[in-house]
Design a protein around this ligand. Structure first.
Ligand SMILES: Nc1ncnc2c1ncn2[C@@H]1O[C@H](COP(=O)(O)OP(=O)(O)O)[C@@H](O)[C@H]1O
Ligand SMILES: [Mg+2]
Length: 228
């Protein structure tokens, strides 16, 4: 077993709306090993996105802890958290979230500008990634000129640009037809195999969940079962 890269302990998140508390997460214990591929399924509103946002260090828990490579992240300074978010964690979404005015290539080089990768290396890395994801002919196209599947592949290239150890995918096939869904789930599997990047994939689709080696079910803010 590889070393644990993410561990959550008794992780909870409460949202308060109009004086009413909503327990989005209710005591989640999860360990993720380096290079592991986990899928999380569960009904809408069960807390899947909240869990990913906490693991991705985009939000803070109401109680409980998230540890990244053994380090309790609540003990880190803001600059250290930024560094983890930018360099160690990649995120992809149902809606791709590409920059509309940027080309595919610019979308992929952008995160490397933020982390001060030298220009030549940014371009080399972005082109190699886009090529790898079958987008060599699409590098200079803008999102509106790309199909949904191509857009998601650009988003994946962008998420991988800073060579993270963990990829978080929140319903990445939610806007795709069945062929493209298959293509993207196979791609995630390939990236997990070839690069050894750990993947946590949230999905509604049982077929997509099968790309993972471990499937967890989320119900009412809790992780329900572990079907190895
Ligand atoms: N920013 C927020 N403010 C208030 N309530 C929220 C917020 N985000 C999520 N929730 C609530 O928390 C619960 C879990 O939501 P979410 O994590 O988005 O579930 P899922 O991704 O499984 O559909 C839901 O009841 C949702 O309405
Ligand atoms: Mg969600």
């Amino acid at each position: 077993m590889n070393k644990i890269i993410i561990e959550t302990e008794n992780l909870s998140k409460v949202f308060t709306i109009g004086g009413q508390d909503i327990k989005a997460l209710n005591g989640v214990d999860l360990k993720v090993a380096g290079g592991e591929f986990i899928s999380i399924i569960g009904p809408s509103g069960s807390g899947k996105t909240t869990l990913l946002n906490l693991i991705g260090l985009l939000e803070q828990p109401s109680s409980g802890t998230v540890s990244f490579e053994g380090q309790d992240v609540s003990k880190l300074r803001e600059s250290e958290l930024d560094d983890l978010r930018l360099k160690q964690i990649g995120f992809i979404f149902q809606t791709f979230n590409l920059m509309a005015t940027f080309t595919a290539l610019e979308n992929v080089t952008f995160p490397m500008e933020i982390t001060h990768v030298p220009e030549k290396e940014r371009l080399d890395r972005a082109k190699a990634l886009l090529d790898r994801l079958g987008l060599a002919e699409r590098m200079h196209h803008k999102p509106k000129e790309l199909s949904a599947g191509e857009s998601q592949r650009v988003a994946i290239a962008r998420a991988l640009a800073n060579e993270p150890i963990l990829l978080l995918a929140d319903e990445p096939t939610g806007n795709l037809d069945s062929n493209t869904t298959k293509e993207i789930s196979e791609l995630l599997q390939r990236l997990n195999n070839e690069y050894g990047i750990a993947v946590i994939l949230v999905t509604h689709d049982n077929q997509v969940a099968r790309a993972a080696s471990r499937t967890l079910r989320m119900v009412d803010g809790r992780l329900d079962s572990d079907s190895g």
